[in-house]
Write a protein of this length. Sequence first.
Length: 319
Amino acid sequence: MTNKAITISLPASEPINLDSDGDEDAGPACVLVFNASDPSGAGGLTADITAIASVGGHPLAVVTGAYARDTAEIFDHFCLDDEAVAEQARAVLEDMPVQAIKIGFVGSPENISTIAEITADYDEVPVIAYMPNLSWWQEDLIEGYLDAFQELLLPQTSVLVGNHSTLWRWLLPDWAGERSPTARDIARAASEMGVPYMLVTGIPLPEQFVENVLASPQTVLGSGKFERFDATFSGAGDTLSAALTALVASGNDLGEATSEALGYLDRCLDAGFRPGMGHVVPDRMFWAQPEDDEDDDESPIDEAQAPEGFVMPSHDTKH
């Protein structure tokens, strides 16, 4: 595989204020993440932990359940009860200052409710939520899960991350336009539930390109155009959202964090490998591999164009 990044540009904006009490030498920023364990290493907490650590954060990983899966498909999911999730999270929150929270797949409306109570208690901490494709799950479970997420967690979400088709089906189920909804269309739908920013990935473009767009209801704040890889990946969404959360936690403004997270994901996919008989897995530790002789001076992100971003709002409890 070769590097597929083409361009990304984001406008200038206001810096994030994370109001950390620690000094600059306190160590990596602590990132609290709720997700399911993935024994294949493709996604879930494995992806979160390695991506967060790779970009310089300290992951505080709360197990919400476990997948039965391989690198090709998910066969089942076993959910932890909400008390177990709450005990894990409260223990680390009472011990360490958390600079950002990522929410992945947490398995049940009960766990969503528990996590919403926790994030409400720490409403000054930015929340990045990732909604994966749940088509492998039972339809009645999907409906209850999405309803609870929409009611309880979206009002507290600072940035919602997801694939264009997944977010379209969820947030605009009655879309009747002749064209596909844009990232702004999806952002407007999410804003009605309290979400100020969206990172919409995988928007189809002509000639085998896709676009990743950072948007608010008012405008497109930035976009990255990428050529499609000739491979199917598992775990790209968890990788991107975890890296974004860690970069925000480390004090980057949202624009710069998005630019860096997309560049990081592109390099992970470029170095991806197939550990089994299924899909390709992003190499989140690509930088630890021995260097080759190729010219690696080109960066997928022009750092001179990286924005000095817009304000990451503290989420407000609205339920």
